[in-house]
Design a binder for this molecule. Structure first.
Ligand code: IPE
Ligand code: IPE
Ligand code: MG
Length: 248
């Protein structure tokens, strides 16, 4: 079988891939099923893509699982998603450990129900020594929430006299983001044919290559991931410079 993986240059992998996992609801509706059925099947894609990234040697994978705006969905869907989250974490922790994967969470954890926060904290602790793939779950996350939070914390430090306004630079700001310590994603994938950012990593995506696919998240598999990486590797990243400057 021919596979895209043979076309990927393993020496030029993105260190950090970020994914907006979208289209679960429509995938389910198209099958005449309830939206939660789509979320349930989305978990299989998460497993497959985490495995794919770990096999390739990608260092960071950020998955947008739940936005701050998603709290406004019908209650049964929010509750269903929280239960799915907790059950999945409980089931997968062992295999994360076996595969040397370290779990991280970014987002407003104070919004999560207590039982979900407790389960997550346990999983963070259990995987904290792992040195392979860093799996970053964006939960109750939004870029605007993150930036607001950073601004408040920086202002507080200034007020306390621990930081001077003049000393604030890009590094300072980055330290106050939830992603402090992670490199910016080089590649951002969004599934399901929507062409927007939806409040994901607004600061960190400044120079990310964006890749959009029609494939709904529950159908997204390693082969689709390889295709996205291949596409990424055929782009010229200029960071504001000219093509001639970049090539030389
Ligand atoms: C993404 O799928 C999962 C979450 C946002 C939790 P959606 O639930 O947004 O599915 P669509 O976009 O309605 O099809
Ligand atoms: C973005 O998807 C959030 C997640 C995938 C978790 P949404 O489905 O919530 O985004 P919009 O509403 O289509 O922009
Ligand atoms: Mg959606």
């Amino acid at each position: 079988m021919s596979t895209m993986i043979d076309h990927i240059d393993k020496s030029r992998l993105p260190r950090h891939i970020a994914i907006i996992m979208d289209g679960n609801g429509r995938w389910a509706k198209e099958k005449g099923e309830d939206r939660l059925f789509g979320h349930f099947h989305g978990v299989e894609s998460v497993r497959n893509i985490v495995e794919g990234c770990a096999e390739l040697g990608v260092e960071y994978l950020t998955l947008y699982a739940f936005s701050t705006e998603n709290w406004d969905r019908p209650e049964y869907e929010v509750v269903g998603l929280m239960e799915l989250l907790v059950n999945t974490i409980r089931k997968e922790v062992e295999s994360l450990n076996k595969n040397n994967i370290r779990l991280h969470v970014i987002g407003d954890m104070s919004m999560l129900p207590d039982y979900a926060r407790a389960e997550l904290n346990e999983a963070l602790e259990i995987t904290s020594e792992n040195t392979g793939l860093n799996l970053i779950m964006a939960l109750s996350y939004s870029g605007r929430w993150e930036l607001l939070n950073a601004v408040k914390n920086i202002a507080y430090e200034v007020k306390q006299g621990r930081l001077s306004v003049e000393a604030i630079d890009q590094d300072t700001l980055q330290r106050y983001l939830c992603t402090s310590g992670f490199p910016d994603p080089e590649l951002m994938i969004r599934t399901s044919g929507e062409y927007r950012i939806s409040n994901f990593l607004l600061y960190q995506l400044a120079y990310a290559e964006l890749y959009f696919t029609q494939v709904r998240w529950p159908d997204f598999r390693k082969e689709n991931l390889y295709e996205a990486i291949f596409d990424y590797q055929n782009r010229e990243r200029r960071f504001g410079k000219t093509s001639e400057q970049v090539v030389s």
